[in-house]
Design a protein around this ligand. Structure first.
Ligand SMILES: Cc1cc2nc3c(=O)[nH]c(=O)nc-3n(C[C@H](O)[C@H](O)[C@H](O)COP(=O)(O)OP(=O)(O)OC[C@H]3O[C@@H](n4cnc5c(N)ncnc54)[C@H](O)[C@@H]3O)c2cc1C
Length: 520
């Protein structure tokens, strides 16, 4: 008799590992199959150049749910995160710059340099989002409520106005309500369109301002930071936890087919020809790949398949990972030795208009001529990542449309890499001669190497029409799929992308509930 697993998880991204750990901890026999030679998916640290390790895709920590950290006892398996401080540094073309710290008084002084009114408004803005995000946070670790139930929470004129501001407004409109200074608004807008095919003036982007506040590090809310060992440090801790609780993890194990028997998930077939049987299959791989390529066509209803094909997955990001021979020397804050502004996010986004114009280019299939950049010098806070004297520079850049109007990504990615680095060099000119080596990862690379459809960083778009009970499709936000025994446990499912562990945990809970097995 062939071995039958209780659950096979297709994909060893961080959510697949979270799901596997919860299921194994509850006593199930679990197998994780990862196509790449290393687990972690988009949350991975790899030695790209000899002796230098990069968080190749995801680059900042703080979203992993505290419940997941606690339930899986992750610190015991090497999980360690620390806050950035300062959180943000934005240089401006006029030679000024802004820093956002983890200290209210310091922030008040810093913001008041740009506008006293904005400095006073900032705590009110944070309090506004804190209240809203408490509502949202309550929905993160459960299947989302039906849209009608969600809307029923907003009864009365005041609540309706809140729904308008939070769910329907653009980020720019909401920031205009609170602030007047170009620089303060620019700093806060950086978070709004991360990974989205949208600009800060696109309706519905306001919610992302709050989404970013779901970050929490070591009990301190609304804090971004770094993981020891890079983002792969988180995935490695999860893999160790999953193995400890009894899961088996195989890498270089590409699933070619999810096998159904009598219309129920029954196992998988690997690209190398091996077959494995399972009572349940959890797809950590995205929903489009799952149904468009892995489930046999006669195993799924054609109408459902047609709806899956219409799910949007839009790549807009290029990532550039560089080795530097010295620290970036910013004109506005000179110096090549470590200073506070080297320790957190370094963003190029001088204004909301700048960000919107960057999106304008991409709408028509052109990489932004003046891109938005979100950079981190990981080796400054974690020297284990690079040898002495070398610095890692991670540049996340928008917008890079997957579908180019002219040329192909293979032909154009180095040119786009040049534009990105030149954009940063305008503020730190020594970059022009300190980049020793670099890798440029286009949306096409993200699709080919990590399986992200269309290079979409969240597997599928996190636009309002694909969030909450609409994710991945209306009627299918419960992690179950039309194929009994097949579940979604990756970021295609609620609450979506980011290294949260939430889809993985939620899916595991649904599987355990369906099997009538109590979680441990
Ligand atoms: C450039 C970039 C920057 C980002 N920055 C951040 C950030 O700073 N902070 C943050 O919190 N989030 C960030 N994100 C988002 C975050 O990384 C993802 O949302 C998250 O890692 C997704 O995890 P997942 O487990 O759901 O899926 P994935 O990471 O997509 O994992 C899916 C796994 O399935 C595997 N797979 C695919 N096909 C097969 C197959 N046929 N057989 C077996 N295995 C298969 C893949 O190799 C992959 O390992 C970023 C993402 C990108 C791309």
């Amino acid at each position: 008799m062939p071995e039958v697993w209780d659950a096979i998880v297709v994909g060893g991204g961080h959510n697949g590992l979270v799901a596997a750990a919860y299921l194994a901890k509850a006593g199930l026999k679990v197998l994780v199959l990862e196509r790449r030679r290393i687990v972690g998916g988009a949350s991975v640290t790899e030695e790209v150049f000899p002796g230098v390790r990069f968080s190749r895709l995801a680059y900042s920590a703080g979203l992993l749910r505290p419940e997941v950290i606690r339930d899986l006892d992750l610190p015991r398996f090497g999980y360690e995160v620390h806050p950035f401080d300062p959180q943000f540094f934005l240089p401006f073309p006029n030679g000024d710059s802004i820093l956002l710290w983890n200290d209210a008084d310091r922030n008040h002084r810093e913001l008041a340099r740009f506008s006293k009114r904005d400095a006073d408004a900032y705590p009110k803005y944070v309090a506004f989002w804190t209240d809203v995000m408490e509502l949202i946070e309550a929905m993160v670790l459960e299947a989302p409520p039906a849209l009608s139930d969600l809307m029923a929470l907003f009864r009365g004129a005041e609540a309706e106005d809140l729904a308008r501001r939070v769910l329907l407004s653009s980020a720019a409109d909401l920031l205009d309500e609170f602030f007047e200074s170009t620089e303060v608004k620019a700093m806060l807008a950086t978070a709004t369109t991360i990974g989205l095919p949208a600009g800060p003036r696109t309706p519905g982007t306001a919610l992302m301002l709050g989404h970013m506040l779901l970050h929490e590090i070591n009990g301190v809310k609304q804090t971004f930071g770094y993981a020891r060992g890079g983002m792969g440090g988180i995935s490695q801790a999860l893999a160790k936890a999953a193995s400890h609780y009894g899961a088996t993890i195989l890498t270089s194990a590409e699933v070619r087919r999810i096998v159904t028997r009598r219309r129920r998930a029954a196992g998988v077939e690997l690209a190398d020809g091996r077959s494995m049987e399972a009572r349940n299959v959890l797809a950590n791989v995205d929903v489009k790949t799952t149904f468009e390529r892995l489930v046999e066509p006669d195993g799924v209803d054609p109408d459902f398949l047609a709806r899956v094909r219409r799910i949007k997955a839009t790549g807009v990001v290029t990532k550039v990972n560089c080795i530097l021979s010295e620290l970036p020397d910013f004109t506005c804050r000179p110096g090549k030795t470590v200073q506070p502004h080297h320790r957190g996010y370094i963003d190029v986004c001088p204004s909301i208009e700048y960000l919107e114009k960057a999106w304008d280019d991409a709408k028509w299939g052109e990489p932004s001529r003046e891109p938005f950049l979100d950079c981190v010098l990981h080796s400054v806070t974690d020297p284990s990542l690079a040898p002495p004297g070398k610095t890692t520079l991670s540049v996340y850049s928008q917008y890079s449309p997957y579908r180019l109007r002219t040329g192909s990504w293979d032909d154009r990615k180095e040119e786009v890499g040049d534009t990105i680095l030149e954009t940063l060099a305008a503020f730190a000119p020594n970059l022009r001669h300190t980049v020793e080596r670099r890798e440029v990862l286009s949306p096409l690379d993200m699709e080919r190497e990590w399986g992200l459809p269309g290079g979409c960083i969240y597997q599928i778009d996190m636009t309002p029409d694909q969030l909450l009970s609409l994710r991945p499709l209306p009627g299918w936000s419960s992690y179950r799929t039309p194929v009994p025994g097949l579940y979604l446990c990756g970021s295609s499912a609620h609450p979506g992308g980011g290294v949260t562990g939430a889809p993985g945990r939620n899916a595991a809970m649904v599987v355990l509930g369906d099997l009538r097995v109590a979680p441990v």
